[in-house]
Design a binder for this molecule. Structure first.
Ligand SMILES: C[S@@+](CC[C@H](N)C(=O)[O-])C[C@H]1O[C@@H](n2cnc3c(N)ncnc32)[C@H](O)[C@@H]1O
Length: 209
């Protein structure tokens, strides 16, 4: 294997040290869409590549585009056009969210913390979850909850959201969670059933941003 593509930054140092990236690997492409994750990754990669303990990886060529995985083809092509024909030898993906993203309420991913209804994995993107909740058509909001969140109670939730935006709108994650709690019958999933519903609703919105 001579080229490896990593998606969802493995900024844990252990992932970069042999045997995780054994000597036949000559080139590594690492992508992440989140600038904070990207910056952390850069620091970790630098430490491993320039640290004394890792002579085995010192010849590695490393490219680290700050890009969404959906642009994988153009990103790889820009770095080395030949790869568009041959492909890379291996791809390792660890997508989803990191605790660093969930634990920062300002990012809007946390069901339990209060923050803006942002939920953008890439802060350069223009669409926030708040825009979906407050300005997308009623039916679209319901469709997202059903298709992306697989939420069976989507009709009641859609109604709550539409009703809320007719008044002051939905601007914080705690507003959103309050509406979810009110729309979730106590019998659904036990006393904490609303947390499962809220997790599905957040997941649905995150997938759209
Ligand atoms: C679970 S974390 C990866 C943790 C990492 N493997 C480690 O060991 O520390 C998932 C990462 O995937 C990134 N990610 C999620 N969706 C992405 C996408 N569509 N394109 C690129 N990166 C994405 C997130 O920004 C996040 O940093």
């Amino acid at each position: 294997m001579s080229s490896l593509l990593l998606v969802g930054y493995p900024y844990a140092r252990a992932r970069w040290e042999p045997p995780a990236i054994p000597p036949p690997v000559e080139t590594v492409y690492g992508m992440d869409v989140d600038p904070v994750a990207h910056e952390k990754a850069q620091a970790q990669i630098k430490t491993v590549l320039h640290g004394d303990s890792c002579s085995l990886v010192s010849d590695l060529k490393v490219y680290t585009p700050l890009k969404n995985f959906r642009h994988i083809q153009s990103v790889v092509g820009e770095i080395d056009e030949k790869l568009l024909g041959t492909g890379v030898d291996g791809i390792l993906m660890d997508l989803g969210m990191s605790s660093m993203q969930i634990d920062n309420p300002v990012r809007g991913f946390s069901v339990l913390g209060d923050g803006p209804v942002d939920m953008r994995m890439d802060p350069r993107a223009s669409l926030r979850a708040e825009d979906i909740l407050n300005s997308w058509r009623d039916a679209e909001v319901g469709r997202i909850l059903l298709d992306y969140g697989e939420e069976s109670n989507w009709r009641a939730l859609q109604k709550k959201i539409v009703n809320a935006r007719l008044h002051v709108g939905l601007h914080s994650t705690s507003d959103l969670v309050d509406h979810i709690r009110n729309a979730t019958p106590a019998v659904r999933g036990g006393r904490q059933g609303w947390i499962k519903t809220a997790t599905r609703v957040f997941q649905a919105l995150e997938d759209c941003c």
